[in-house]
Every structure is written in structure tokens, then in C-alpha cells.
Design a protein around this ligand. Sequence first.
Ligand code: FMN
Length: 206
Amino acid sequence: MKKLYVLVSVILSTFFVSCSNQSNKESNDMKTTNAVIENIMQRRSIRNYKDSQVPKDILDKIVECGINAPNAINRQAWEVRVINNPESFSLFKEYLVKDNPDTPKEMIEGCFRGAPTLIVIANDTSFKFSQIDCGLLSENIMLSAWSLGIGSVCLGSPVGFINNSQQAKNMLGFSEGYSTVICIGLGYANENPDAKPRDLSKVKFL
Ligand SMILES: Cc1cc2nc3c(=O)[nH]c(=O)nc-3n(C[C@H](O)[C@H](O)[C@H](O)COP(=O)(O)O)c2cc1C
């Protein structure tokens, strides 16, 4: 009888330890892998795109995700322009080339990395948090795009060219007091770049 009691105890405790390990493992898995984390970790800047254009309904969803970013006092101190029409994009590039005569044409055209869609984001320069807000908006755009199978690249280099070009600025039509702060190229990726290394020593827990 005593032997039977010991045997049952051993079986039951093994069962409960195994269940508890399983549940710890599941909760650890929940913490370290899920669709959002995978999306963040797998996103890469894309600098080689297929010719095909991103459908308008997908662009609508991506931009909607953008403007749902956190932003200071919900002032939404941004304005967004999406250039997805190839003729408009060509004209836009023509203006930049014309109004930046000291920069080689190839450099201006190349700065868009071949992305078929360009999103231009402007910030309200009178509001101190507006650049941060635009950065958060940009990240929402790039992550939501990636989750929908669309590649992207954050583009700082066109900003100076745009700000030098009255014709490009007229085309964008941002409100008074707004200035282009960042651009994002979007399209279907034609490359699969490796992750760039990150420096964990920049992070300290106190
Ligand atoms: C503010 C900002 C400006 C950037 N400007 C450019 C750019 O002009 N051209 C470019 O090819 N990539 C640009 N990038 C992309 C970065 O080079 C890229 O994010 C970085 O190397 C890390 O690589 P990953 O995005 O693949 O993780 C920019 C990124 C940020 C955040």
C-alpha cells in the first residue's frame, strides 16, 4: 500500500512539474516571439524594388496606421503626401533636378532608391515635439507596410533637395509653417538584405 502511495505521488508530481514547465515555456514563448516582434525584427531597409505599384487600398491602410502613431498631446503636428502616380513622381523628380543645379541628376534620382511610391512627411516647425511625432508616424508606416509584404526605406537625403525646390514644394502643398522632415520609399522588395548589427551596449538597465 505504501509502495503504491509513493508511486502515485511520483507520477502526480512528475505530471505537475511537466505541466508547469510547459506553461512557463509557453509564457516565455509568448514574451519573446509573436507576430509583432517578428515583424519588427525582420523589417529591413529596402533599396531595390520591383516595378509593380502598391495597390491604393494597401497604401490607404499603411497611411492610416501611420497617423495612428502616438503623438504629443494628439496635436498630429504632421502632414503627409503620397506620390504613387508614376507621372507625378517623374515630374516631382524633374523639379528637384531643375532646382538643385549643383547636384548631379543621377544623385537626385538615385536618392529614392527606386521605390515606386514616395511618402513625404512634413512637420509643424513651431511645435517642439513635431519631429518626434513624424518619426513615430514613419515607423508605424514602415512596420505596417512590412507586415503587409511591402518593403520600405526611410529617406533623409531627398529632404534638402525638396526644401531647395519651390516647384516641388508647390506640388506637395504643405500648409504654412510645415516643412518636409523625412520621406519614405515604399514598394515590393526585390532584395532580401541581412539585418544590420545593433549595439546592445547602448542599453543599460538601472
Ligand atoms: C532619419 C533616417 C534617414 C535615413 N536616410 C536614408 C537615406 O537617405 N538613404 C538610405 O538609403 N537610407 C536611409 N536611412 C535608412 C538607414 O540607413 C537604415 O535604417 C539603417 O542603416 C539601419 O538599417 P535597417 O533599416 O535595414 O535596419 C535613413 C534612416 C533614418 C532613420
